[in-house]
Design a protein around this ligand. Structure first.
Ligand code: SF4
Length: 195
């Protein structure tokens, strides 16, 4: 049962109680989710290539941004270093397992959202679909192999992922979600807005 909140449809995974915790909370991310790289919109790619030279000192190995071909497709991917080996990783993952694009933005005082790829900012959430009036969000399956690990206690998934949902749908819609959840006679039972 997905739930519509304003212009967003949230998948039923958010409205389950699960014994899960996010092991990356508190800045303890080890970059496992960056092992395969990520899709880039052309807009993401253009913003990154514009700072390509300045990004080089952050990278584990230099990257030739001239390889990016903007003429062939609307979606691109981050380059992958050590492809098809056990050390495969996004080329932008630094030796300390933090993101070079994110660090570069912080160092230069650039808002991270202005430079970091869209799907990296959304993770551990992911986009299922975009319709004219609704954007559907779910949990990226990769999150269950990386940051979301077993916990002792059950918790509502939308509460566990509160900060990620707030970043994706905004505080106003998250507050609406909370209000409707609190008002619901049995949490997880959704009425007129459910599909
Ligand atoms: S761009 Fe950064 S956050 Fe995204 S996959 Fe690469 S290293 Fe990870």
């Amino acid at each position: 049962m997905s739930v519509i909140i304003g212009p967003y449809r949230l998948s039923d995974e958010f409205f389950q109680k699960r014994k899960l915790r996010n092991r990356c909370d508190g800045g303890r991310c080890n970059g496992d989710c960056c092992a395969e790289g990520v899709f880039l919109t052309r807009y993401d790619a253009r913003r990154i290539v514009a700072v390509g030279d300045a990004l080089q000192p952050y990278l584990a190995e230099p990257y030739d941004f001239a390889q990016w071909d903007f003429t062939r497709s609307s979606f691109m991917e981050t380059p992958v270093l050590h492809r098809n080996t056990s050390h495969e990783q996004c080329w932008f993952l630094m030796r300390n397992r933090h993101c070079a694009v994110h660090k570069y933005a912080l160092d230069r005082g650039i808002p991270v959202q202005d430079l970091k790829p869209y799907f990296c900012r959304l993770f551990p959430l992911s986009l299922v679909d975009i319709e004219i009036n609704v954007m559907e969000l779910t949990i990226d399956p990769k999150a269950f192999d990386t940051c979301l690990v077993e916990a002792d206690e059950e918790t509502w998934v939308y509460e566990l992922l509160e900060s990620d949902l707030r970043a994706a749908i905004g505080d106003e819609w998250y507050e609406d979600l909370k209000r409707r959840t609190t008002d619901s006679p049995a949490r997880g039972q959704w009425k007129s807005s459910s599909r």
